[in-house]
Design a protein. Structure first.
Length: 483
């Protein structure tokens, strides 16, 4: 089902099914969905990304700024939930796509461990606000949307497939099914199965969850992903109560003594927009903003293209409906993250879990955003789903997105090789941006060497040059005397 406009208020062109105001506003029936699917999709997306309520405060709260100050963890939890709730709801209403937003992993690490040590926290968050404002400018000038439209269809398909492999890998890693081998072990491979073998109750929950999910999917059971998450969470709670489990990771599946937690909004508006210029050189500021923008820009691009493609919402030209609104909201989310001191917020690839559950409209985002809003007051209750119960959903959705690989013309090496690099670099480097960059550079170089440079859109040439600078940022900084 391909639509050319995702505007929520436009009248349906058919298939309304008499679902009332919500149906018409979000085009639920028109897109072949139902209210039940949208609710299940919103729930699935929330539970697969609720870990950010725990992980973002850990990452930002464990770092110190130039003056040795640390951010308050409860305040970070409030800020993280607030930004995720507000921006996801705005995406649902304004973009009408099943996309959820929250503090970006990777981006928060850059803020915590690369930017904060050079300046005060309010200066670092001011840089995040600047990054978001610049992204909004790129959107309003049409440049960000133009770059997305300039991407050849095979690379868009490869981005979707690469994201599928990437989120499946995330699922395996977050559950502990795949672990990194310490360098001190002098091993010949970087990752392994569990700790060499699989053991422990949490891993059993994950393995059972994968089996339950794939069986339900194979039998085409409605709500397969959400059913698996709920069943495995209940099983994990029982196991945790009866067995001696050393660790479940970030979240322990136990009913909290007090499910209510009072939000602390103390970090709101604690930023200095231009303070960083007084702490480091202008060149350093430029390079830091460049790193943030490039990561945020292309992570979002890959996620939006991949998730909407999986939802079957790309138009006949392979373009995302209502793209300018979606990109502007994503840019505003980066600004909101800096204003709330929760780091740059971005569109989450875990949104694909909701699509896998049947979500096709922004109503699913309203459900997800509503749950993040509840998390402001019920964080202990809503974050008791362990990663071992939620991760099977990522593995299953990885399979669903992987099926798009059949559309790539593998006998055309000029597009197949860039597609291959896009697909493989994403999971192997744990970065959507790196995969897109590798594919872009390879595509431009191959076309040029084949004497077909004119087939490459000029925006792809410019983007490839930026990616070359991104991959060589270390040597560039040394040459410029930044390091």
């Amino acid at each position: 089902m391909h639509k050319t406009d995702a505007g929520p208020a436009a009248p349906p062109s058919g298939g309304g099914g008499g679902g009332g105001g919500l149906d018409r506003f979000f085009r639920i029936s028109e897109r072949g969905s139902t209210l039940g699917r949208e609710v299940r999709g919103g729930l699935a997306t929330f539970f697969t990304m609720a870990y950010i309520l725990v992980l973002n405060p850990i990452i930002l709260g464990s770092a110190k700024d130039k003056f040795g100050d640390q951010l308050d963890v409860p305040q970070l939890a409030t800020a993280t939930a607030l930004v995720a709730a507000v921006m996801t709801v705005i995406m649902g209403v304004g973009g009408n796509l099943p996309l959820a937003l929250a503090a970006g992993l990777g981006l928060n690490a850059v803020v915590a461990f690369q930017i904060a040590p050079l300046m005060a926290w309010d200066d670092a968050m001011g840089l995040v606000v600047l990054e978001g404002l610049l992204i909004c400018v790129l959107v309003m000038t049409g440049l960000r949307e133009a770059i997305m439209h300039a991407i050849p269809q095979p690379l868009k398909q490869a981005i979707s497939v690469g994201i599928g492999l990437f989120i499946a890998f995330i699922g395996f890693v977050d559950a502990g099914f795949v672990t990194r081998i310490p360098d001190a072990a002098n091993t010949t491979v970087p990752v392994q199965l569990g700790t060499g073998t699989l053991g422990g109750w949490p891993i059993l929950v994950f393995c059972l969850g994968v089996l339950v999910t794939i069986v339900l999917l194979a039998r085409k059971v409605k709500g397969a992903i959400l059913i698996s998450i709920v069943l495995m969470t209940l099983l994990a709670i029982v196991i945790n109560a009866l067995a001696d489990v050393k660790s479940w990771g970030l979240t322990t599946p136990a009913l909290p003594d007090n499910p209510v937690a009072s939000p602390d909004f103390g970090l709101l508006f604690q930023f200095d927009l231009l303070g960083s210029f007084g702490q480091v050189t202008v060149l350093t500021v430029v390079l830091l903003i460049f790193t943030l923008i490039l990561s945020d820009f292309f992570d979002t691009m890959g996620t939006v293209v991949g998730v909407t493609a999986e939802a079957g919402l790309l138009d006949e030209r392979g373009q995302v409906p209502g793209l300018s609104r979606v990109l502007l909201i994503d840019g505003a989310a980066a600004v909101a993250g800096g204003v709330a001191s929760s780091s740059s917020a971005t569109t989450y690839v875990e949104s694909a879990a909701g699509v896998g559950e049947g979500a096709r409209t922004g109503f699913a985002s309203l459900v997800t955003g509503g749950l993040f809003a509840l998390a402001l007051f019920f964080t202990p209750l809503l974050t008791m789903v362990p990663m071992q119960a939620a991760s099977p959903a990522l593995v299953a959705v990885g399979f669903l997105m992987m099926t798009q690989v059949r559309h790539i013309e593998w006998d055309r090496y000029d597009v197949a090789i860039p597609a291959f690099l896009t697909i493989t670099v994403m999971p192997f480097t744990y970065s959507i941006t790196n995969g897109i960059g590798a594919g872009f550079v390879a595509y431009v170089v191959i076309k040029a060497c084949l004497g077909r440079a004119r087939e490459v859109h000029w925006l792809l040439w410019g983007t490839a040059v930026l990616f070359l600078a991104y991959f060589a940022i270390g040597p560039i900084e040394m040459l410029l005397g930044v390091k």
